[in-house]
Design a protein around this ligand. Structure first.
Ligand SMILES: Cc1cc2nc3c(=O)[nH]c(=O)nc-3n(C[C@H](O)[C@H](O)[C@H](O)COP(=O)(O)OP(=O)(O)OC[C@H]3O[C@@H](n4cnc5c(N)ncnc54)[C@H](O)[C@@H]3O)c2cc1C
Length: 485
């Protein structure tokens, strides 16, 4: 007699390799039915934004293609997760549901409920780690409290030792009958008006695309990461963030691909570079740790005194920032890169975020929302931490009084101006000495470069020194108040 099938519920683990839920189901010897349920309403208020939806469509397509190469397939459903899982159980006679865990507050709460309801119906439910290296609930400091400072967090976690080796792709036993599924197109993930040309050019969503990027990074780029990671004009970082977010590759795979030793990064400088990259992977862990322990932080500042910060909402300034028309070339370059490719270099994310929050005094939540809709790697944990860090209201954050100067940041991290020239072509002919502050260039330099401030490139939205003073004054209003209850 054939055994009842096991449903493997894919969520943000869109891969076959190093997939603990799939591996365990395959080890159990039952036929496997891979399932994806589209239920954005359950992720509210953080259902995937437009760029993430684009990525998700292609990632699901790739996952289905990989399964089909193994004579399997991805059964797609839409609607409530419990309803669809229950229907699938009734239709297929499945006796078990396996999935890999997620840590966003809304999803973790939903999964907990689902687990209880399915168990009550006699269904075997097994859930697995894999999205992170270290389970957030198990990592606590000596006082049994969550970490709020990165360095001791990293010290604590690195003492745990290397994570286990990644799992190989499993052998899939096929069911006798396949349940019906929806066509991927019916999920409506692709934009109605095609604005995604730049995304298509920049990315290859899916497990194979992630693996290729990781292999190339581990082979060629990581050795110089320590030196090149801060320069947005060079390809000095891995660009693995969307692949990690969608679970097309795992932190375990990247750890073992890059960790010094075992024949990898041999020289001292190379090892230091590899460790400085793995430290970024640990920042990803830290952000999930914070989100797990402080689930209110996507909406509210961790430091409570920031609730009373005198923000100045201003829709036309917000729009100028979103469209890359602030008049500060490095800020505009970043915002245009984001719009065109769905990604932005980390250094530039810090610069543009700081500009929105400290120069324009617009709430960090408005910036986080824009990133959420436009980033292909939009990730609730990383995005929340990134914005709160920049605004000075999060854990281990940059102090508010440290206001990035968008002119000197450009000069320092884009020294030849390649990045700004690529994304702000209307000022590309300016000599580098004037590139980051075109409004100060002498008239003849501007006309030779065909730059007309206020006409074909905006004048600065605010004066840097005045904005800095206003930011520090605003900060004075909340400075002395307690930052936690
Ligand atoms: C305001 C702001 C918003 C951000 N929003 C997001 C977001 O929505 N999604 C996202 O993945 N990252 C976010 N980041 C973090 C960081 O900018 C990106 O992870 C990084 O730029 C991705 O490029 P990469 O893969 O080439 O990074 P690499 O430098 O190659 O780093 C490797 C991986 O480490 C992780 N990582 C790197 N830096 C950080 C960091 N500072 N915090 C947390 N994890 C990190 C990412 O998973 C990244 O893919 C944000 C940062 C800021 C300042």
């Amino acid at each position: 007699m054939t055994r009842p099938p096991t449903l493997v519920w894919f969520r943000r683990d869109l891969r076959l390799e190093d997939n603990a839920a799939l591996d365990a189901a395959s080890g159990g010897g039952s036929p496997i039915i891979p399932v994806y349920i589209h239920s954005p309403a359950e992720e509210k208020p953080w259902e995937p934004g437009a760029a993430s939806c684009w990525w998700l469509h292609h990632s699901l397509e790739r996952l289905d293609a990989s399964l089909r190469k193994r004579h399997s397939r991805l059964v797609i459903r839409k609607g409530g997760s419990l309803r669809e899982l229950t229907r699938l159980i009734e239709e297929t006679g499945a006796s078990a549901v396996y999935w890999n865990r997620l840590y966003e507050p809304a999803l973790a709460a939903r999964d907990k409920q689902l687990e209880e309801q399915l168990r009550r119906r006699g269904i075997e439910v097994r859930t697995f780690p894999g999205h992170l290296l270290w389970e957030p609930s198990l990592i606590l400091n000596k006082q049994e409290r969550p970490f709020q400072v990165f360095t001791p967090f990293w010290k604590h976690c690195s003492a745990i030792g290397d994570p286990p080796e990644p799992l190989p792709p499993p052998r899939l036993r096929l069911p006798e009958r396949w349940p019906d599924g929806e066509a991927l197109e019916s999920l409506g993930l692709l934009p109605r008006i095609d604005w995604a040309g730049g995304l298509r050019e920049a990315w290859t969503p899916g497990e194979d695309g992630g693996r290729e990027r990781l292999d190339a990074f581990a082979r060629e780029t990581v050795r110089d990461y320590g030196e090149t990671r801060n320069f947005p004009g060079t390809e000095g970082t891995s660009r693995l963030s969307p692949h990690l977010h969608f679970g097309e590759i795992t932190p375990r795979q990247v750890w073992h691909a890059v960790r010094p030793g075992g024949g990898k990064a041999s020289g001292r400088g190379e090892a230091a570079s590899a460790w400085s990259w793995l430290r970024q992977i640990a920042w990803r862990e830290f952000s999930h740790h914070l989100l797990h322990h402080f689930p209110h932080t996507p909406e509210e500042p961790l430091r409570e005194n920031f609730r009373d910060f005198p923000w100045r909402r201003n829709s036309s300034r917000l729009k100028a920032w979103q469209q890359g028309r602030t008049g500060y070339p490095v800020v505009d370059a970043g915002m245009r890169e984001l719009w065109a490719t769905g990604w932005m270099h980390n250094r530039v994310r810090m610069i543009v975020a700081s500009f929105l929050v400290k120069h324009l005094l617009i709430p960090w939540q408005d910036g986080a929302r824009w990133f959420w809709d436009t980033l292909v790697d939009a990730d609730l944990a990383n995005n929340t931490m990134g914005w709160q860090w920049t605004a000075g209201c999060g854990a281990d954050a940059a102090p508010f009084f440290r206001v990035f100067n968008p002119i000197t940041q450009g000069e320092k991290f884009d020294p030849d101006g390649d990045y700004v020239r690529r994304w702000v072509p209307e000022i590309r002919l300016l000599p580098t000495t004037h590139l980051f502050k075109p409004w100060e260039a002498p008239g003849h330099v501007l006309s030779e470069a065909d730059v007309h401030p206020g006409k074909n490139y905006p004048l600065p939205a605010v004066d840097h020194n005045e904005a800095r003073t206003a930011a520090l004054l605003a900060f004075e209003e909340i400075k002395g108040r307690p930052s936690s209850r």
